[in-house]
Design a protein around this ligand. Structure first.
Ligand code: ADP
Ligand code: MG
Length: 317
C-alpha cells in the first residue's frame, strides 16, 4: 500500500481551480479561506459508503461525481454558490487505476462546478467518501425549510422517479426500453444538482429542500419546520411516461435519489415561475400542490390519501 502522503500528493493535491479566496489549500495542517465581502458561508456534509449508497461495481468516476453531486444539491437547496470542499477518503486498497479514475472524475466535476479541494483526510477501511462542502451567498439571503405559509404553491424541479427507475433496471427488477434505460441510469449515476436555481430561490422562495430522500418524506420536513400542512396532487407530478403508464407512482413519491429541489412560493408569484420555465427549459419547475394550515394529503382523483405516517429514506428504523 502506498503511503497516504504519496496518495494525497499524486491524486488529490490539485483538484479544481485555485479559488482567489483560498489562501492555503492541501498540504498544511489546515486550509485557510477568505469569504467574499458581504457573503455568508454555507456548509454541508454527506457521506457515500460502498454497498449502501452505491453498488460495489460502480465506476470510480461515477462515485466521484455522485459524492460531489449529493453535496452540491444541499447547497443548491439553500440558494448558495459552491466554493470549496474537504474530503475524507477511506480506501480498502491503493489500486492506482481506481485512484486515478476517481481523481479524474473529481477534477472534472470540480472544474464544472467551480469547486476546489482544499484538504481532507485519508485512511484505510471499507470504501467510503465523506465530503464537506462550502459555498456562499449574499448576507441573510439563505433559503430554509422554515418559511412556507398556507396558500403557498409547492413546486418541484425536473422529473421525479428516474433515478429509482434506473436502479430498479440495474438490479434486474424491470425492463425498460434502451432509450429510457440510458436516461434513467444517467439520472441515477449523474444527477444534476440544481445550482442554477440559486438566484430564483433566494429571490422568490419561502422555503426549499433537496428531495434526495424522496418527495413525500422530504416535503414533510418543510411542513414540520414551517408548522403547516400540504395537499399535493398525483396527476400533477412530473414523471416519465413509463411511470405514468404503469401507475408506478411510488418511484416518484418515495424512492429517492432524485437530486431535485422542492420549494414553496407565495401564490402571487406564479408569473415568476412561468418566466423561469420559459428561460430554463432544462430545469423546469412544476406546481404539484399547495401549503395548507394542517394535514398532509395526496389527492388521487376523488381519493385523498393521508401522508402523515409516511417517511423518507432512513438508515435507522
Ligand atoms: P494530518 O496528519 O495533519 O491530519 P494528513 O496527513 O491527514 O495531515 O493530511 C496532510 C494534508 O493533506 C492536509 O493538508 C490534508 O488536508 C490533506 N489531505 C489529506 N487527505 C486528503 C484527501 N483525501 N483529499 C485532499 N486533501 C487531503
Ligand atoms: Mg489527517
Amino acid at each position: 500500500m502506498a503511503s497516504e502522503f504519496a496518495i494525497i500528493e499524486q491524486y488529490f493535491s490539485d483538484v479544481g481551480k485555485a479559488a482567489e479566496n483560498t489562501l492555503l489549500g492541501v498540504g498544511d495542517d489546515a486550509a485557510v479561506v477568505d469569504l467574499p465581502a458581504g457573503q455568508q458561508l454555507v456548509v454541508a456534509m454527506d457521506t457515500l459508503i460502498e454497498g449502501t449508497h452505491f453498488p460495489q461495481n460502480t465506476s470510480p468516476a461515477d462515485i466521484a461525481y455522485k459524492s460531489l453531486a449529493v453535496n452540491l444539491s444541499d447547497l443548491a437547496a439553500m440558494g448558495a454558490k459552491p466554493a470549496w470542499f474537504l474530503m475524507s477518503l477511506t480506501l480498502d486498497n491503493d489500486d492506482p487505476q481506481w485512484l486515478s479514475r476517481f481523481a479524474e472524475g473529481l477534477k472534472e466535476t470540480s472544474n464544472e462546478y467551480g469547486l476546489q479541494l482544499i484538504g481532507g483526510d485519508t485512511c484505510r477501511g471499507k470504501l467510503a467518501i465523506s465530503i464537506q462542502i462550502a459555498g456562499h451567498l449574499p448576507n441573510g439571503q439563505f433559503v430554509t425549510r422554515q418559511g412556507a405559509n398556507p396558500g403557498d404553491i409547492i413546486l418541484v424541479s425536473g422529473v421525479l422517479g428516474n433515478a429509482a427507475l434506473g436502479l430498479a433496471q440495474q438490479q434486474g427488477n424491470l425492463e425498460l426500453t434502451p432509450a429510457l434505460r440510458s436516461h434513467c441510469v444517467l439520472a441515477l449515476n449523474r444527477p444534476r444538482p440544481r445550482l442554477e436555481l440559486g438566484p430564483f430561490l433566494r429571490q422568490f422562495a419561502s422555503s426549499a429542500i433537496d428531495i434526495s430522500d424522496g418527495l413525500v418524506g422530504d416535503l414533510k420536513h418543510i411542513l414540520k419546520a414551517s408548522a403547516c400542512g400540504a395537499r399535493i396532487s398525483l396527476e400533477s407530478l412530473p414523471v416519465n411516461q413509463w411511470i405514468e403508464q404503469h401507475g408506478a407512482w411510488e418511484y416518484a413519491l418515495g424512492a429517492g435519489d432524485d437530486y431535485e429541489i422542492c420549494c414553496t412560493l407565495p401564490a402571487g408569484l406564479c408569473g415568476e415561475v412561468d418566466n423561469w420555465n420559459n428561460a430554463n427549459p432544462d430545469c423546469r419547475l412544476t406546481p404539484i400542490g399547495e401549503i395548507t394550515e394542517s394535514g398532509y394529503y395526496l389527492q388521487d382523483g376523488d381519493d385523498m390519501i393521508n401522508l402523515d405516517q409516511r417517511q423518507g429514506y432512513r438508515h435507522f428504523a
